[in-house]
Design a protein around this ligand. Structure first.
Ligand SMILES: Nc1ncnc2c1ncn2[C@@H]1O[C@H](COP(=O)(O)OP(=O)(O)OP(=O)(O)O)[C@@H](O)[C@H]1O
Ligand SMILES: [Mg+2]
Length: 258
């Protein structure tokens, strides 16, 4: 089983888009996929057709409820690939996680040693039935993101080719290095240029600079059909093989061996 986290502490860079397309791609190949939504905005849950009043993710992480109590099937009857997708959905209640972690400090220490290891522990207990776990994270360097990184084999980092976006990467890379050194030596990362407009000279230039500091993957372009894919609840590869979005993602998955 492989655990993949999509992360960037900057907001609106295409994390949830990346998760959705990846989940659909893997499920369409016949893999059993668990989607974990660690963002209280719950955008991934909604895109997978799941809306709930109150998520039990905080209670699951601290060990008060079981995996069976937090997991539901994806709700999308349009395409058979969704039969392979299960979801641990989010809601605004996830914002209580920090508080609950403080209140349960003693139990957490007993079960996981440190709170950072909770997600890894829960996934180990629960996920023999899945080939892949894909985790969406909120746009901040908080408990959710740290726990996801400790639990993961790899992290995908969608990045826009703009100054402030690239500056923000440093903070995330520092966190990545700390987690690699302390908790998860095998963690790998990939930087994915996201929502790119190659007709803009400045973006082209920034991408070139970025590729001097990091190995970057083929880019995902800024395309209207990507937004349609989310609003229709239909993965981009199902929009026809002439679709530019489908082509971009096909190249990306190939480069990532996914
Ligand atoms: N390649 C793309 N082309 C055009 N629009 C895109 C593309 N990728 C994402 N979008 C749109 O940009 C917006 C932000 O994308 P998304 O929600 O995936 O970002 P995010 O990083 O998850 O945001 P947040 O930090 O708020 O969770 C959405 O409206 C989405 O549909
Ligand atoms: Mg998001």
């Amino acid at each position: 089983m492989e655990v993949i986290t999509v992360a960037n502490n900057k907001g609106g860079v295409g994390k949830t888009m990346q998760c959705y397309q990846l989940i659909c791609h893997l499920a369409n190949k016949g893999h059993r996929v668990l989607a974990v939504d660690l963002d209280s905005q719950a955008n991934l849950s909604t895109t997978l057709g799941v809306q709930i009043q109150r998520t039990l993710i905080p209670e699951w992480l601290i060990g008060d409820v079981n995996f069976e109590d937090v997991v539901v099937p994806a709700e999308n009857t349009e395409h058979e690939l969704f039969e392979n997708v299960s979801v641990v959905p989010s809601s605004r209640h996830l914002a209580n996680l920090a508080k609950l972690l403080i209140l349960s400090e003693g139990e957490v220490r007993k079960s996981a040693g440190r709170k950072e290891r909770l997600m890894r522990l829960r996934l180990e207990e629960a996920t023999s039935e899945f080939d892949y776990v894909v985790i969406d994270t909120p746009p901040m360097l908080g408990d959710e993101l740290i726990m996801a990184l400790v639990a993961s084999n790899r992290i995908l980092i969608p990045t826009q080719a703009q100054d402030y976006s690239i500056d923000g990467l440093e903070e995330l890379m520092d966190t990545f290095e700390i987690i690699k050194d302390t908790e998860n030596p095998d963690l790998r990362f990939s930087i994915i240029p996201s929502m790119v407009n190659l007709r803009r000279k400045i973006e082209k230039q920034r991408l070139q600079e970025l590729s001097q500091s990091f190995d970057i993957t083929p880019p995902i372009r800024n395309l209207v059909q990507m937004q349609e894919s989310i609003s229709l609840g239909k993965p981009v590869f199902a929009m026809g093989n002439k679709s530019k979005g489908a082509q971009d993602y096909a190249q990306l998955w190939e480069s990532l061996e996914l």
